[in-house]
Design a protein around this ligand. Structure first.
Ligand SMILES: Nc1ncnc2c1ncn2[C@@H]1O[C@H](COP(=O)(O)OP(=O)(O)O)[C@@H](O)[C@H]1O
Ligand SMILES: [Mg+2]
Length: 484
C-alpha cells in the first residue's frame, strides 16, 4: 500500500441536539491523496459530522483517528484538529473584508514578530502557496474587493498551507458561478494529488461525478452507503433519498370535484395550482427556487403586498416566525391585533382568550401565555407559529416551508394533523419540504423543483407506488422526466 492510500481520517460519531438526533453513529473513512465526497439531503448530518472532525462540535459519543492516531473526542477542539493537519473551509466566507489577504492569513496564523503581525512573511508564504496551486493571488489585495470565487480560492490556499493531512470543504460551490466551480474542482484535484485528503461536502451530484474518488452517503444522521468512483449518479441519488417505498400514508381525503383554484403560480418553468382542500408538496434540494416560490406566494417578495387570506409558516421560525423575547401571548398576537381591538384599544380579555385557544389548538407546552417564546422547545415554538398562522380568520391558503424541520416526532404529528385538518376544511395547502416522508404523509400531489423549474410531478397512485421515492429523487438531482 502506498503512503497516500492509507486511511488518514476515520470517524464514527453520535450527536443529539435536544430532541433532534443529528448523528446516529455516522461513519466516514477517508484515504490520503483522495477527493472524498460526502453527500446527503439537507439535515442529513453532513456539516455536523465534519464539524466533529474539525473540533467545532463535540460528539456525544464516537471515535476519531487522524493520521493513524486515536484522538480523544471528549477533549478534541479546533486547535487540536489544526495541529493534526486538518483544515476546514466554511460555506460562508470567513475573511475579514476590510483586511488584505495577507493580513487575513496572518490573523489565522497569529504570526507575530516583536509582538506585531509579520505581514511581509505572511504575504510571501501566501503567494508561494498560491502559486504552488497555480492560483496566483495578490496578498496585498483587499479581501472585500474580490469576487466570491476569488475570496474562496484565497481561503482554500490559506487552509491548505495549514492542512497537511485533511482539507474539509462544506458546500464550497453553493455561491460560485459554473466557471468558478470548474476551477475549484481542478484545484481540489491538485491538492489531493499532492497527498492531502480532500473532503468535499456537497449535494451536487455532477460535482461528485466530476472529481470524487469515493462517496459517503448520509441519510438521517447515519451512513447509508460508501460508493466507489464511477458509481452512476442515479445510484448515488437513490442512496441519498432512500430506496424504500413510501410509507403507507394516511392520505388525506381528496379535494371535492370542481373545487376552486386558490393558489396559482404561472411563470416559465413553474406552473402550479393548488385547489381548495388540496395539499400539494414541493420537494427538491434546497436552493432550487423553493424559497423564491414561497416568497412569491406568501407575498414576501419585494414590493408585494401580503394577502391576509394566505397563511405563511416561515422556514426559519427564529428569523421570521417568532419574537423570541416576546411572551407566547405577544407572539400569538403578531399581525393579529385587529382581532383583539375594541376601538383603538387592545382588549386584554380578548388577548387572553385568543392566546389560550391558540395554545390549546396545537397543544403548546407549557400553555403559559406570559412565558417568553425563547423558553419553549423547538417543537413547541413551531407549534406556536402554526397555531397563529392557521388560526387567522379568513385563511383560504397556507404556504408552509419546512414546517417540521428540526422538531421532535410528537410535535411533527400535531403539525401534520393541523395541516390535514385545514385541507379538510377547504383550505389550499402548499408544503415545501426537504423531507420526502413528510410529503408522502401529507400530500395529494408532489412536484419537484430543480434549478428554478418544476422537473416533475407525481400524484395519486404514482405517488403511492414503490418507485415514487426513486423517481422524485432522480428529478431532485436533475434527471429529466423521461429518465425517471
Ligand atoms: N446547533 C444546532 N442546534 C440544533 N440542531 C442542530 C444544530 N446543528 C444541526 N442541527 C440539526 O441536526 C441535523 C443535521 O444538521 P446538519 O449537520 O447541518 O445537516 P446537513 O449539513 O447534512 O444539512 C438537522 O436536523 C439540524 O437541524
Ligand atoms: Mg450542512
Amino acid at each position: 500500500m502506498s503512503a497516500t492510500s492509507e486511511l488518514v481520517l476515520a470517524v464514527r460519531a453520535s450527536k443529539r441536539y435536544g430532541d433532534c438526533v443529528a448523528l446516529r453513529d455516522a461513519r466516514l473513512e477517508v484515504k490520503g491523496g483522495t477527493v472524498h465526497a460526502v453527500v446527503g439531503e439537507n439535515g442529513a448530518g453532513k456539516s455536523t459530522l465534519l464539524k466533529v472532525v474539525y473540533g467545532l462540535v463535540r460528539a456525544d459519543a464516537g471515535e476519531l483517528t487522524l493520521g493513524g492516531d486515536r484522538v480523544d473526542l471528549a477533549r478534541h477542539g479546533v486547535v487540536a484538529a489544526q495541529a493534526k493537519g486538518v483544515g476546514m473551509v466554511h460555506q460562508h466566507g470567513m475573511l475579514v473584508p476590510t483586511l488584505s489577504l495577507a493580513e487575513n492569513a496572518a490573523l489565522g496564523h497569529e504570526r507575530l514578530r516583536h509582538g506585531l503581525l509579520d505581514l511581509a512573511a505572511a504575504e510571501r508564504e501566501l503567494e508561494a502557496a498560491a502559486s504552488a496551486l497555480e492560483q496566483p493571488l495578490d496578498g496585498g489585495a483587499l479581501a472585500g474587493a474580490l469576487t466570491v470565487g476569488e475570496q474562496q480560492r484565497a481561503e482554500i490556499v490559506m487552509a491548505v498551507a495549514r492542512a497537511r493531512r485533511v482539507l474539509i470543504l462544506d458546500e464550497p460551490t453553493a455561491l460560485l458561478a459554473p466557471r468558478e466551480v470548474d476551477r475549484l474542482l481542478a484545484m481540489l484535484r491538485m491538492i489531493a494529488d499532492a497527498g492531502c485528503a480532500v473532503v468535499l461536502v456537497t449535494h451536487k451530484l455532477d460535482e461528485v461525478a466530476a472529481v470524487a474518488d469515493a462517496v459517503t452517503v448520509l441519510r438521517a444522521g447515519a451512513t447509508v452507503a460508501e460508493l466507489p468512483r464511477g458509481t452512476p449518479t442515479q445510484d448515488v441519488a437513490r442512496a441519498m433519498v432512500g430506496g424504500e417505498p413510501p410509507p403507507p400514508g394516511a392520505a388525506p381525503p381528496p379535494p371535492a370535484a370542481g373545487a376552486p383554484v386558490v393558489l396559482a403560480v404561472r411563470r416559465p418553468g413553474v406552473e402550479l395550482e393548488v385547489k381548495a382542500g388540496e395539499i400539494v408538496g414541493i420537494a427538491g434540494i434546497e436552493g432550487n427556487g423553493q424559497r423564491e416560490l414561497v416568497h412569491g406566494l406568501a407575498g414576501l417578495a419585494p414590493g408585494a403586498t401580503r394577502d391576509p387570506t394566505v397563511a405563511h409558516v416561515a422556514e426559519d421560525r427564529q428569523l421570521h416566525g417568532l419574537v423570541l423575547d416576546g411572551t407566547l401571548a405577544d407572539n400569538v398576537m403578531l399581525g393579529r391585533d385587529a382581532e383583539v381591538r375594541r376601538g383603538w384599544r387592545i382588549d386584554r380579555e380578548r388577548v387572553r382568550a385568543l392566546t389560550e385557544r391558540s395554545l390549546a389548538a396545537l397543544d403548546v407546552r407549557p400553555p403559559a401565555p406570559a412565558l417568553p417564546a425563547r423558553a419553549l422547545s423547538g417543537g413547541n415554538q413551531q407549534k406556536l407559529v402554526v397555531a397563529r398562522e392557521l388560526g387567522r380568520p379568513g385563511v383560504r391558503a397556507v404556504v408552509a416551508a419546512q414546517p417540521t424541520r428540526g422538531v421532535d416526532i410528537a410535535a411533527q404529528a400535531v403539525i401534520h394533523d393541523r395541516l390535514r385538518a385545514a385541507a379538510e376544511a377547504g383550505v389550499a395547502v402548499l408544503v415545501v419540504s426537504a423531507d420526502l416522508d413528510e410529503l408522502f404523509a401529507l400530500c395529494h400531489r408532489v412536484a419537484v423543483m430543480h434549478r428554478g423549474a418544476i422537473a416533475g410531478e407525481l400524484a395519486g397512485d404514482e405517488l403511492r407506488a414503490p418507485d415514487a421515492r426513486a423517481r422524485l429523487g432522480a428529478w431532485m438531482v436533475g434527471a429529466r422526466m423521461e429518465d425517471a
